[in-house]
Write a protein that binds this ligand. Sequence first.
Ligand SMILES: Cc1ncc(COP(=O)(O)O)c(C=O)c1O
Length: 217
Amino acid sequence: MKFTPFNLEEWFDRYEHQVDYMLGSSSCAGWTLEELFELTGETIDFPSQSTTATPVPGTPELREAIATWYKNSTPDDVLVTCSSTEAIFLIANTFLEPGDSVVSMFPVYPSLYQLAADLGAEVRRWHLRHENQFEPDFDELESLVDYSTKLIILNNPQNPTGITLNDEELKQVLNIADRVGAKVFVDEVFRGITVKGNPLTPSICDIDQSSIAIGAM
Ligand SMILES: Cc1ncc(COP(=O)(O)O)c(C=O)c1O
């Protein structure tokens, strides 16, 4: 497999650490551990931590903690990876072969569709259009899927447009996926970013347990 250069990350690599004020990144400013502990009310005794290898899918405690983010999930439904990038890589490699197709929201974080293309899958773009306030067009999605479609790839909350899909909209996507036997894969790394007082964006896994969600710190 040949990897297409990841222009976005190469651009970040060139400029991100050279400037005083970084406005182009999707992440918040880095926190110190002290600030993080203040927020959680917990501390970690680092000197007493073991450096041995952990169980491959993640420690039971961590998987259990992550499962509490989802209504019906158990630790067995959770796999811990080294960043969501590794999860995206695993999902693409698990589900896709040359000749398959994927439908991906566009614009979106590039590895979500580029890895699929590099694996030989046809990428069909489900455009979020400025003139429609980036609202998704479900008729368009319907017209993009067929029996070669293995994954419908979403990002919710969406980077870079900022839109969110609610329960009803996610169910619409699931119905369309179901018609052709495709799986729904949602990048939910920005779940929890909603402004204080507003409800948490729904997770696809709370609506359909055969779908895949990825999250991040
Ligand atoms: C939507 C989205 N998914 C995944 C990633 C990759 O995140 P990670 O640093 O966890 O690999 C990013 C990074 O900006 C992102 O914006």
